[in-house]
Design a protein around this ligand. Structure first.
Ligand code: ATP
Ligand code: MG
Length: 698
């Protein structure tokens, strides 16, 4: 509504920003900003895009953003209809573009977009692009674990492969609305499987191929798929992982619980394992290579309603048991495509690489669907980013002339720790836009990414969003406005973030609080699979009238948004509310600190004390001096009240398989509740926890 718009802070601030003379010495300002040591606070650092970049950008100025944003809020139906009209709809949606109830007090939570519109996501990703004349353009550059092992698929070739699998799926009885579990590494067969499902209206549930048999079994029992698609084994770095063994164990577990499965399609991944050595269950297991290629390379599309389910995906499990998030077709299509185009300033000549695995939402929206919907060329990488060494990413960037590179802060920090030489060895001339997702990116990691990797020429899109949101919510638009290292900047078109206090009242202006969203956007999740009550309780009950994100957030004096971590992680020290992200960033800015994770512990005097787990840079040794110097860094950057009470040396930190720090486990260690660590099944490396426990009193 218009009233919201008028009072909306970020708009007012961008308005005032837009009065900055556009060409007013951006370069000298830029240099001062990025070279300047410690200015008063992070928030004062502005990093300007070059004029050349802005001039070619989809959104070249704050004014342009402002106009478009205003329109998207004043007339969501008109704005999103226009975005949607770029896609193929067999039948246009009904008179009501969207319907929503986000207010639990008014009844059942309900979100619908483009209801009555008939379309197909796979058709829009492939057939539509081919019909536009780009059939011979490369859709996927695939890079294997071993350097030199690679492959490509054009849009036409990809469609043929997708159709063969879609035909096989139909042959074994998979119908519209049936679930298919996909447990594959980053082979081309992974996006192929997703697309084949969407072509026939089946609902895919991709499970990251690093999850244990138990986690996989849980997910299989939850959605009861007709088919599981996997491969026999995969090489990741120097390790071989026997995926089929894990699937066998999961299927046995599922059968024991009354959910037997008839069909397990297994891709023979020869580079890791020959079929002769693969364990096999006759009657259930089928080799992909034996059946799929025999099917026709064309397959009629199953036309579905915009509100028909597209996929089911579990959250990362950073804060507890993963939630089965359900996304539908039409709104998801329109939103992922639009955000991809604008947040990366995507142009047809770009080569795009997102390092995320398709087992996470990032891999769904921004490896598979968003890029293909834009007719983009994307890199799919099977291996580990530090194999054979820490230069692999830049080797791949040079090899495929990658221009948009999108990754997670955890990788940025780990590469930063290895040293610049692994980066500067490669040209990286093709890079134009960088991206970050998954956690707040610490300003010091941001600067390294910007200065060293991007040679100060590539804007960084620090995209804040969630499995639940389906697409970017708060994100820079490259070239549109100056950035502040560590801030996700402003909301995307159509998104109305609000910051509320404990009572759920919206706070205006410069403030900190709970991040909520006020109205729906096309790719919002519609439910938690099979548990609408949990959906309402988890996301819509804490602050009635809003979608509650679970994240804390600060809006600064210029209207920029800063994500401060999960609200469960906010620490209250003698009445000061301190975001874990803030203290961690201060620690990581210390030259000898590689990574840090901060949690609150009970404190007799202060209420809560600050407990910091610190991983040091390669080959630096622990010492009392270093401990003092780390604490001093926090005192200087934030203030004495934020100084850690305890520093716990950490050879490694417990992380989810998507690379996020699991603070809930660290909280238990910090408070010495060592026998209450809870669900650790989504941990990437459980042995990290034992190491931490050993160092409890060092
Ligand atoms: P679970 O909900 O099961 O605990 P999760 O929240 O880690 O798992 P995801 O949906 O993968 O699962 O992650 C979304 C969360 O990641 C966000 O709520 C936020 O805390 C964090 N996040 C993602 N991107 C950013 C970003 N650019 N800046 C800050 N935080 C981010
Ligand atoms: Mg979450």
């Amino acid at each position: 509504s218009t009233t919201t718009l008028k009072t909306s802070d970020h708009l007012r601030h961008v308005e005032s920003m837009s009065t900055l003379p556009s060409g007013a010495g951006p370069i000298s300002r830029l240099n001062a900003v990025i070279l300047g040591e410690s200015l008063a606070s992070e928030e004062d650092h502005l990093v300007f895009p070059s004029e050349a970049f802005s001039m070619q950008a989809h959104v070249p100025s704050p004014q342009k953003y402002l106009e478009t944003y205003a329109r998207s809020i004043e007339d969501p139906a008109g704005f999103w209809s226009e975005m949607a009209s770029g896609f193929f709809w067999k039948e246009r949606w009904g008179p009501q573009v969207y319907a929503e109830n986000l207010d639990i007090r008014k009844g059942k939570i309900n979100i619908e977009w483009f209801k009555g519109g008939i379309t197909n996501l796979c058709y829009n990703c492939l057939d539509r692009i081919i019909e536009s004349g780009d059939g011979d353009k490369i859709a996927i550059f695939w890079e294997g674990n071993e350097p030199g092992f690679d492959g490509t698929l054009t849009y036409k070739q990809l469609l043929a492969r997708v159709c063969q699998l879609a035909n096989w799926l139909k042959d074994v009885g998979v119908r519209k609305g049936d679930a298919v579990v996909i447990y594959l590494p980053m082979l081309m067969e992974l996006p192929i499987s997703m697309l084949a499902c969407s072509r026939i209206g089946a609902v895919h549930s991709v499970v990251f191929a690093g999850f244990s048999a138990e986690s996989l079994a849980q997910r299989i029992m939850d959605c009861k798929p007709k088919v599981v698609i996997t491969c026999n084994a995969v090489r990741r770095g120097s390790k071989i992982i026997y995926l089929k063994d894990i699937v066998d164990a999961a299927l046995a577990e599922s059968a024991r619980n009354g959910n037997p499965l008839d069909v397990c399609l297994t891709y023979e991944n020869e580079s890791a394992m020959k079929r002769e050595s693969t364990k096999w269950q006759e009657g259930r297991d089928i080799w992909w290579q034996d059946v799929v290629p025999k099917h026709p390379t064309t397959c009629a599309v199953e036309w579905v309603d915009a509100e028909d389910p597209l996929f089911l995906l579990y959250t990362s499990g950073s804060t507890g048991k993963p939630k089965g998030v359900l996304h539908t077709t039409g709104g998801y299509m329109v939103y992922t495509a639009t955000t991809f185009k604008y947040a990366f300033d995507y142009k047809p000549s770009d080569v795009y690489w997102c390092t995320a695995d398709c087992g996470w939402i990032t891999g769904h929206s921004y490896v598979t669907y968003g890029p293909l919907l834009n007719g983009a060329t994307a890199v799919v990488f099977e291996g580990a980013p530090n194999y054979p060494d820490a230069g692999r990413c830049w080797d791949i960037v040079d090899k495929f002339k990658v221009s948009i590179f999108y990754t997670a802060p955890t990788l940025v920090r780990s590469l930063m720790r290895e040293g610049d030489q692994y980066v500067t060895r490669y040209s990286r001339k093709s890079l134009r836009v960088l991206g970050s997702v998954g956690e707040p990116i610490n300003p010091s990691a941001w600067r390294w990414y910007f200065n060293v990797v991007g040679e100060s020429r590539c804007p960084i899109s620090d995209t804040w969003w969630q499995t639940e949101t389906g697409g970017f919510m708060i994100t820079p638009l490259p070239g549109a406005w100056p950035q502040k290292p560590g801030s996700a900047t402003f909301p995307f078109f159509g998104v109305q973030p609000v910051i509320v206090d404990e009572k759920g009242a919206e706070i205006e202006g410069e403030c900190s609080g709970y991040l909520c969203v006020k109205s729906s956007w096309p790719s919002a999740f519609r439910t938690l699979y099979g548990d609408h009550e949990r959906y309402e309780a988890t996301y819509f009950s804490a602050f009635p009238g809003y979608y509650f994100t679970g994240d804390g957030c600060t809006r600064d004096k210029d209207g920029y948004y800063w994500l401060t971590g999960r609200v469960d992680d906010v620490i209250n020290v003698s009445g000061h509310r301190i975001g874990t992200a803030e203290v961690e960033s201060a620690l990581v800015s210390h030259p000898q600190c590689a990574e840090a994770a901060v949690v609150g512990v009970e404190h007799e005097v202060k209420g809560q004390g600050i407990y910091a787990f610190v991983t040091l840079v390669e080959s630096v040794l622990y010492s009392e001096d270093l401990r003092r110097s780390l604490i001093l860094t926090v005192r200087n950057q934030i203030g004495a009240f934020a100084a850690p009470d305890k520093i716990h040396w950490a050879p490694g930190l417990p992380k989810t398989r998507s690379g996020k720090i699991m603070r809930r486990i660290l909280r238990k260690i910090a408070s010495r509740q060592l026998d209450e660590l809870g669900d650790t099944s989504t941990l990437a490396d459980p042995s990290v926890v034992d190491e931490l426990i050993k160092l409890v009193d060092c």
